[in-house]
Write a protein that binds this ligand. Structure first.
Ligand code: FES
Length: 318
């Protein structure tokens, strides 16, 4: 994976607890392209690496903008970003990747953002607007003061497509997501990103939409998902025929590394998609938050940092 050393060019207070960071090449050069919905893996200098969606326009090839909500209860990445990064600092990032692309099949795009989940939606809205595609965006936050990018949206040429919904801390007062998604709209695709409660509400509300028309991105592990007990199984290495035991208390990555295989990982909790590995046979017990239901059913890939196997053997293309 290619890394880039970038300069923090500008830090902006976007809303209560939310700062955006504009990252540029220190020599003023162009940056690798990204597509709307893409994210950066940022090395935080304290041994952590975190994924942040890019909010800037994919057509801007000289900067990436990310926005970060300071979350003291989280694993520390956002606090480190807020408390340590200063304008002019250098940061190491990995070239952008995209687990949340826009569909080229959609006749209409419905972007649903909850709080800081607006970051990928900003890039999507800019891209869709530039391409003249049909879309609407619903942006749910607690209050206007907690609404990042609201001035930028108001000044944009897609302002009339964005609908703001504030619940003042009481979800019952907020956007009726279930009611909004009740009727399936022909040719429309739904995209959602936000905190846990918002993700659940969207998932349930869009449950009856046709396969392949609903897209989402988690930015933290959904702690409410119960995976049940972990059982032991074996992985078969396609290139060598080796059979490796994966005990109940070890991940596939642990076992692969212990046997000399190099596996690239980043989050190690099923969020970033770095460890996606081709699966040739077996019945995976997918425990990641990257693949959608259709991709899980297709069974082409498995996230080996967190997923397991329901079948006694899982054959991997390694
Ligand atoms: S390392 Fe991030 S999904 Fe596996």
């Amino acid at each position: 994976m290619t890394t880039l050393s970038l300069k923090v060019n500008k830090i902006t207070q976007e809303a209560e607890g939310i700062q955006s960071y504009e990252l540029v090449d220190p020599k003023g050069g162009l940056l690798p392209m990204f597509t709307a919905g893409g994210h950066l893996d940022i090395e935080l200098g304290n041994g952590l690496a975190r994924q942040y969606s890019i909010s800037s326009d994919p057509a801007d090839v000289d900067r990436y903008v990310i926005a970060v909500l300071r979350e003291p209860e989280s694993r520390g990445g956002s606090v480190w970003m807020h408390d340590n990064l200063k304008e002019g600092d250098a940061v190491t990032v990995h070239t952008p990747r995209n687990n949340f692309p826009l569909s080229d099949q959609a006749k209409h795009h419905i972007l649903m953002a909850g709080g800081i989940g607006v970051t990928p939606m900003m890039a999507m809205a800019r891209d869709l607007s530039a391409r003249g595609e049909s879309f609407e965006m619903h942006y749910c936050t607690r209050t206007p003061a907690r609404t990042a990018f609201k001035d930028e949206i108001a000044a944009s040429n897609f302002a009339d497509k964005v609908h703001f919904h504030h619940d003042n801390g009481n979800p019952a007062e907020g956007f009726d997501i279930a009611g909004f998604l009740k009727d399936v709209r022909d040719g429309a695709h739904v995209y959602y990103c936000g905190p846990g409660g918002f993700m659940h509400a969207c998932e349930q509300a869009a449950d009856h939409w046709p396969r392949g028309t609903v897209h989402f991105e988690f930015f933290s592990v959904d702690e409410t998902v119960e995976h049940g007990d972990s059982e032991a199984f074996q992985v078969e290495i396609a290139s060598t025929g080796q059979m490796l035991d994966v005990p109940a208390d070890k991940s596939i990555v642990d076992v692969l590394r212990a046997n000399g295989f190099e596996v690239e990982t980043m989050c190690e909790e099923g969020i970033c998609g770095t460890c996606a590995t081709v699966m040739l046979s077996g019945d995976a017990d997918h425990r990641d938050f990257v693949l959608d239901d259709e991709e899980k059913e297709r069974g082409e890939f498995i996230m080996v940092c967190c997923s397991r196997s329901k079948s006694p053997v899982l054959k991997l293309d390694l």
